[in-house]
Design a protein around this ligand. Structure first.
Ligand SMILES: [Zn+2]
Length: 426
């Protein structure tokens, strides 16, 4: 068997140019989200290619999902290849949307320029390179003629960068990721070619508004400044909450290591009157000031505790600070998720990394969330990881790239891992 698998790896190496060209083809379709451009074109490019290889193709539009419209339809593609005999289903899921290119590029972000062994462009790393690697890996495995029980699925899904509601969440709600259909999922997000990502921290976004009383700015003593109340809150966040969170370490193997603790970012602050026609705000005491908090939490914490300690801070200010009033509004929440490191997909992928790269893989968790949350929470499918060729730090940056050697190696790892999972028996 090891000789047959070595031949599959050699075959993937011989498909290097094809893998590069497929990545470039996908990158040249500017699937920028928002607004969700060119989703249909990208989904159909994947669908046409896999249909020609004998996959059954389905297109599922996330009708009614945020952003879905006839101009910007949320088109997902799911391709399924049935093996000769019944068995497990291994599913590769990649998001086809990319974040906006932004400024600071030295190359055209959608030209997919190849230079010095790398492909440059928005989405090369996050994550069209990974999706292309999964496609070529699967094709090589099928073409090898090795017996493949069960089924292999590849999906290209939308909107991961905006929460995944029209993509993986939509499919998961309709049973596409139920454990009866699919048993193992690999998401080729850019987590580095020798690392297996088993999950991510949780998220709570909340808006806090402090309230005041409007008055003329020349007589602030007649009003009550919401901005000064917000200052008092931020003072406590700075001196009480942040040190407490920094001390809260996790057993989750989060990378970078500085994220191996609870964190809080203040995403925005807005206070006072909007600017008038001449660019000057009117002279008023602010009666409202709002912050948006981005709290990342750990498997060791519950969402209730996370919210409770912020509310406790606020309630103490109500008791201690004359005139302090607030409103707290939940904006977004995701629970932490973590696959079992002893589970089949982690074991198969780490073994494949050892075989292909000859080095010991690292098991990590991501500081931010990705579509695994929907597969776990909505789909109830736990045996899910992220594994892909890109370098995590390059995601969303100018001059994003993916290394071609890494693309090829990750495809070899994915083929080997899929083969092992399909042979675990029915
Ligand atoms: Zn991504």
């Amino acid at each position: 068997m090891s000789e047959a698998l070595a031949r599959v790896a050699e075959d993937i190496a011989s498909r290097r140019e094809e893998l590069v060209e497929l990545t470039r083809e996908l990158v040249r379709i500017p699937t920028t989200n928002p607004p969700g451009d060119c989703y249909r074109e990208c989904a159909e490019t994947i669908g046409r290619r896999l249909a020609a290889r004998g996959f059954a193709i389905e297109y599922v539009r996330g009708v009614g999902a945020p952003g879905d419209s006839d101009r910007y339809p949320r088109i997902n593609v799911i391709a399924r290849h049935e093996g000769a005999t019944r068995g497990r289903c291994v599913h590769f899921n990649g998001h086809i949307d990319v974040v906006e290119a932004g400024r600071g590029w030295s190359v055209d972000p959608f030209a997919a320029v190849v230079r010095d062994g790398r492909i440059y462009g928005r989405g090369t790393c996050d994550m069209k390179g990974g999706l292309a690697a999964a496609i070529v890996a699967t094709e090589a495995l099928i073409d090898s003629g090795l017996p493949l029980p069960g089924a292999i699925e590849i999906s290209g899904t939308v909107d991961e960068e905006s929460g995944g509601y029209g993509g993986v969440a939509y499919l998961a709600e309709r049973g596409w990721f139920s454990p009866e259909r699919v048993q193992h999922v690999i998401i080729p997000e850019p987590l580095n070619v020798d690392r297996v990502c088993i999950g991510h921290r949780g998220v709570w976004w909340a808006e806090i508004e402090t309230l005041g009383r409007i008055a003329h700015g020349s007589m602030p003593f007649l009003g009550d400044s919401a901005i000064r109340h917000m200052g008092a809150l931020l003072e406590r966040v700075e001196h009480e909450l942040l040190p407490r969170l920094a001390a809260r370490q996790t057993m989750m193997p989060v990378v970078p290591e500085a994220a191996r603790q609870s964190t809080l970012n203040i995403n925005s602050v807005h206070g006072g009157q909007p600017e008038g026609h001449d660019g000057l705000p009117s002279p008023c005491v602010a009666d409202s000031c709002r912050v948006v908090l981005d709290r990342r939490f750990l498997v060791e914490e519950t969402l209730g505790e996370v919210k409770g300690e912020v509310r406790e801070l606020l309630e103490r200010l109500v008791a201690e600070r004359p005139g302090f009033g607030y409103k707290l509004r939940d904006l977004f929440e995701v629970l932490p998720t973590m696959a079992d490191p002893a589970g089949p997909v982690v074991q198969a992928t780490t073994a494949a990394i050892r075989a292909v790269l000859g080095r010991e893989p690292q098991i990590v968790c991501s500081p931010g969330t990705y579509d695994q949350k929907h597969i776990d929470r909505i789909g109830r499918l736990k045996d899910c990881i992220a594994y892909g060729p890109g370098i995590l730090d390059l995601a969303h940056q100018p001059d994003e790239y993916v290394g071609i050697d890494d693309l090829v190696a990750s495809a070899q790892v994915m083929a080997r891992a899929a083969h092992a999972l399909l042979h675990l028996g029915p």
